[in-house]
Design a protein around this ligand. Structure first.
Ligand code: SAM
Length: 226
């Protein structure tokens, strides 16, 4: 009897693992799971992705709670208009709006844009305080914003330096997450590791030499579109 139970316990998983018989149910389950994962990924990452040149493509990765808190700390004492470049699900814009900023999120992914708008409405934040626009920020004049936040990718940071220094007003502050600017000297920083964020005051960037001793480029942004 004991042998029987042991055999039964050992036999079942071994039979399952070693069996070469086709298992249509298992195949359907794996196929269905992979299709759903791809569907979700495509839904959240792909819309708008093709509109941007390869070097400037940035997937959706939301700011963590700590990262969001760090950004808000570096915005303390400031006011006015804020632009989040690639606003994703809207968390930075919504948090900034609740601190009194007139906040605008630029986002090329229409699904994320719809989600962010619903979030803002759900939290009863009027669109005059948290506004989400379906626009490529590389093709947008940002000169009316005196606060800019960005959580992008390493390859976008150098072209972004050029765009922002040529467009933003002197009193503007730029806060970037996870990837610092390669040439600008930060005014301050908050957090460590993946949650680290850096603040740059445009006036001091314009007045000071860059990290490697060169002067700040004021010319055309390096970003060119076909
Ligand atoms: C890393 S996520 C950051 C999302 C959000 N700012 C946050 O901190 O949680 C970058 C976002 O930028 C968007 N994005 C990338 N390139 C863009 C562009 N040229 N114009 C507008 N949005 C863009 C992506 O769709 C993605 O949602």
């Amino acid at each position: 009897m004991e042998d029987g139970i042991e055999m039964l316990l050992l036999d079942k998983p071994t039979r399952f693992l070693l069996s070469h018989e086709p298992n249509p149910r298992l195949n359907m389950l794996i196929g269905g799971t992979l299709t759903s994962v791809y569907g979700l990924w495509a839904m959240f990452v792909l819309p708008g992705f093709r509109k941007v040149p390869f070097k400037l493509k940035v997937p959706f990765v939301p700011s963590s709670k700590v990262q969001t808190r760090n950004v808000m700390k570096l915005l303390e004492g400031r006011k006015g208009r804020l632009a989040d470049l690639g606003s994703g699900d809207g968390r930075l814009v919504i948090n900034a709006a609740s601190m009194g900023f007139q906040s605008t999120g630029f986002e090329i992914n229409s699904i994320l844009l719809a989600y962010a708008r619903i979030q803002a409405r759900w939290k009863r934040i009027p669109s005059s305080e948290a506004n989400f626009v379906n626009k490529d920020f590389w093709r947008t004049d940002l000169s009316r914003y005196n606060n800019v936040t960005a959580f992008l990718s390493p390859s976008t940071m150098e072209p972004l330096e050029v765009k922002l220094v040529s467009e933003l007003p002197d009193d503007a502050r730029v806060i970037v997450c996870r990837f610092p600017f390669p040439h600008w000297k930060p005014t301050s920083s908050e957090g460590t590791g993946l949650d680290q964020v850096w603040a740059y005051d445009v006036q001091s960037v314009r007045n000071r030499p860059t990290q490697n001793g060169c002067s700040v480029e004021m010319g055309d942004p390096m970003v060119t579109f076909s």
